[in-house]
Design a protein around this ligand. Structure first.
Ligand code: F3S
Length: 755
């Protein structure tokens, strides 16, 4: 599948010299994260020590990975950059656009026909620009990347927030917007604020029902959805080495749920086993040759408090199986306390569905451990009380799991095997009866459980847990079931107990696959034609955004003051809207429709200041645009948390929103706003959020002297004639200010290519 061993050897050949240079400059032992970052500086050997959480640094990533939903916009942008080929090895993975309904074969055939235009576009644009293309059904991006491309000590970016999954194979892998991917494929440096470092020391060993998933569920409970913001989480200790490679991937994957920049583990025997099992013995050999550089310096793990900004210690031997949710992935409840918590909080305990899959937990090991529970259920005369669905992570996993009888085991329990794709995890799930919006509970092995995410029903209580717990709870049909202590009644009326899960970390007979679903790009793509129909409602070529007019922005209307959680799902909803990811004007009709209006507690209902009428957010914004009036969006804490989709920044830009002012931003979204030439601002005094009134007209002053670390001023003109003047901060550096002035980063890239 064309993983690039020569590229990897080149990266490793620079390691020794670059790490020595970094150690000298930083003047202390280095963590693994620092080693990877300092060996990937755009400028070569380190010449200065960067300040964590403050310095903006240019990096040279080794790879780019894109999924089909985000790749459309990333590649539409890349086409505007004027290059013949992607500058670094890159791949596209078709996994988000396949709806789970009847089972793999029918669902895949339907998706291929419904989204043929998009798949053809991605296939041809990949073919033209030297990009590897993984066809629909080949698997979920992060599983395919782990199986084929991730390598210890590498630096990768991906247009999906769970790109971080590759930390399971010792990478620093970071989710970005399509605009960042476009920059790197265009041969430009990639900028990141040098992250803080959180060390997680794992002691002991998992036993019984506890799984790798329980490590990250526990960490999420400790750190919450914001606790990892701006930081790399580095796992170490004897407990870390006891975990399988795909288990480490699960832990890193859900680092996205604590807002972490990424997570990673040092290279170890489990990673070597995984590399060899997935056909990459030469990568394992190359990694072994520089092994000491692929983990932190020994002094770091001996005295971690001296080298990390924060330390957490978890004893794996004490971990219990657990579930996080509902509605947020950081609400941690051990299975032993779930019945009591559910009763106390009114969570429905009857479980309707158990779903195994997503990039988080769809490895061979995950399926094997869950199958060991399913097998027992059949053998012990149990019948599943809930419905049961499985999305394998890749065709390689599916084919091997089928060969080894794992899928048959699930089918014996009436499970539906869906496509090797995201499916319900991204809301691509035609769940019968979801439109009735009944209160119900589901359990899944995914990573996110925001309201409406899986099935569009706001009353679905979704709980995140390990695949083996999904199997056990689906069988029991009871959220409060704790397999460690509880028994179940079988067909004969007997009480039976499920034994703890077992399962091979890697298939004992090796992985196998007939057709992995990969298309290599043309050696010379210059004659490949990329077709985008002007009448398409799925794809639309981009027009450059206008540059800044050179003046302060005056007379902006408040579009919405969003209350509470406002994730990228609230700003640019997924589910049915996924199909418009390549058509900016059409997808803009979902702008902020999930955000709660502070003034009436309703979603998608704001006052149009021109008419006084209440209406949908996108229609209101289009009315302002038609009148030539700019607007501003106000938000709460951690605005834009969730995914890396730049649509959440491009849509408001396209419809004429000029600024987003919030208490705090999620990192990726803030960067995405900057890339699109938007103003992303934060309240200097968070209490000023309360000063924003429903009919405010707002001026942004100070833009003619826009400079790093220099606050701007906002004047709030209230309808009663009174005014408030508030100070707002920003994190724009000099280059990002140029993006703002040019109307977006792409306008600068294109101008530079033309020179
Ligand atoms: Fe897909 Fe869900 Fe992962 S949408 S990439 S399986 S988080």
């Amino acid at each position: 599948m064309a993983f690039d061993i020569e590229m990897i050897k080149k990266v490793y050949s620079q390691y020794d010299e670059r790490i020595k240079a970094a150690r000298q400059i930083v003047n202390k032992p280095l963590t693994l994260s620092e080693k990877i970052l300092y060996t990937h500086l755009w400028s070569g050997n380190a010449t200065e020590a960067y300040e964590r959480g403050r310095s903006y640094v240019d990096f040279a990533p080794d790879r780019v990975a894109m999924q089909d939903a985000t790749a459309q916009m990333a590649l539409l942008q890349f086409m505007q950059a004027g290059r013949a080929k992607a500058a670094v090895p890159s791949t596209v993975h078709c996994d988000h656009l396949i709806q789970a309904k009847e089972g793999a074969d029918k669902d895949l055939a339907r998706a291929k026909s419904e989204s043929s235009e998009v798949f053809n576009f991605l296939s041809s644009v990949s073919n033209k620009y030297g990009i590897g293309f993984w066809k629909p059904g080949a698997g979920i991006i992060h599983q395919v990347v782990l199986e084929n491309y991730a390598f210890p000590g590498g630096l990768m970016i991906g247009t999906d927030s769970h790109t971080v999954n590759a930390g399971g194979l010792g990478m620093v892998a970071i989710g970005v917007g399509g605009a960042d991917a476009c920059d790197v494929m265009a041969g430009l440096p990639w900028e990141l604020k040098f992250p803080k470092l959180i060390g997680v020391k794992l002691t002991g060993k998992l036993t019984g029902w506890a799984a790798s998933k329980d490590v990250i569920l526990k960490v999420a409970g400790i750190l919450t959805v914001k606790g990892g913001t701006g930081a790399i989480v580095e796992y170490f200790g004897e407990g870390a080495e006891s975990l399988s490679c795909s288990g480490k991937g699960t832990i890193c994957n859900m680092g996205a749920e604590i807002g972490a920049t990424t997570s990673t583990f040092g290279y170890d025997a489990a990673m070597e086993r995984y590399l060899r099992a997935t056909g990459r013995a030469d990568v394992a050999d190359a990694a072994n040759a520089i092994k000491e550089h692929l983990t932190a310096d020994p002094e770091v793990y001996a005295n971690p408090e001296l080298y990390f900004d924060q330390i957490i210690e978890i004893n794996l031997s004490e971990l219990e199986p657990s579930l996080n949710g509902p509605f947020t992935p950081d609400l941690y409840t051990p299975a032993s306390r779930m019945r009591e918590e559910a009763q106390k909080n009114g969570w429905p305990t009857k479980v309707e569905w158990g779903l195994i899959g997503s990039c988080t937990n769809s490895s061979y090991e995950d399926l094997a451990r869950a199958a060991s529970i399913a097998r027992q259920a059949v053998e012990k005369g149990l019948v599943t009380k809930a419905e049961f669905g499985i999305n394998p992570g890749s065709e390689q996993v599916r084919y091997t799991a089928d060969r080894d009888g794992l899928l048959k085991t699930f089918e014996d329990l009436n499970a539906t095997i869906f496509t090797n794709a995201c499916g319900p995890c991204i809301g691509m799930w035609d769940r019968a009866g979801a439109d009735k919006q009944e209160k119900n509970t589901i359990v899944h092995s995914f990573n996110r459980n925001f309201a409406k995410r899986a099935d569009g029903n706001p009353n679905t209580y979704a709980f995140v847990t390990s695949p083996e717990m999904v199997a056990a709870i689906a069988i029991s049909g009871d959220l409060g079931f704790n397999p460690v202590t509880d028994t179940l009644t079988n067909k004969n009326g007997e009480q039976v107990k499920l034994d703890p899960p077992t399962g091979d970390e890697l298939p004992t007979k090796g992985f196998d696959v007939e057709d992995p679903g990969y298309q290599a790009p043309a050696a010379d793509g210059s004659s490949v034609v990329v077709d985008v129909s002007p009448t398409s409602d799925r794809l639309q070529l981009l027009e450059p955004f206008s540059p800044w007019e050179g003046t302060d922005l005056k007379g902006l209307k408040l579009l919405i003051k969003a209350k509470g959680k406002c994730t990228t799902d609230h700003i640019s909803m997924a589910g049915p809207w996924l199909k418009y990811r390549g058509h900016l004007d059409n997808i803009s009709n979902n702008l902020l429709i999930g955000a709660v209006n502070y003034f009436n507690d309703k979603t998608d209902n704001v006052q149009n200041q021109l008419t006084g009428e209440y209406g949908a957010v996108p229609a209101t914004q289009r009315a302002y645009k038609a009148a030539g009036i700019g607007s501003i969006v106000v938000g709460d804490e951690n605005y834009g948390e969730g995914s890396s989709r730049e649509h959440a920044a491009m849509e408001p830009r396209h419809l004429g929103v000029r600024a987003v002012l919030v208490k705090s931003f999620a990192r990726i979204h803030e960067t995405n706003l900057k890339k699109q030439g938007m103003l992303g601002l934060t309240f200097a005094d968070k209490d000023d959020y309360d000063k924003i009134q429903e009919n405010d007209t707002i001026d942004i002053l100070g833009l003619t002297e826009f400079a790093p670390n220099k606050p701007l001023t906002l004047v709030l003109h209230h309808v009663d004639g009174s005014e408030d003047c508030i100070s707002v901060n920003h994190t724009y550096n000099a280059q990002q200010i140029e993006w703002f002035k040019a109307g977006g980063a792409l306008n600068i890239i294109r101008a530079n290519q033309a020179k």
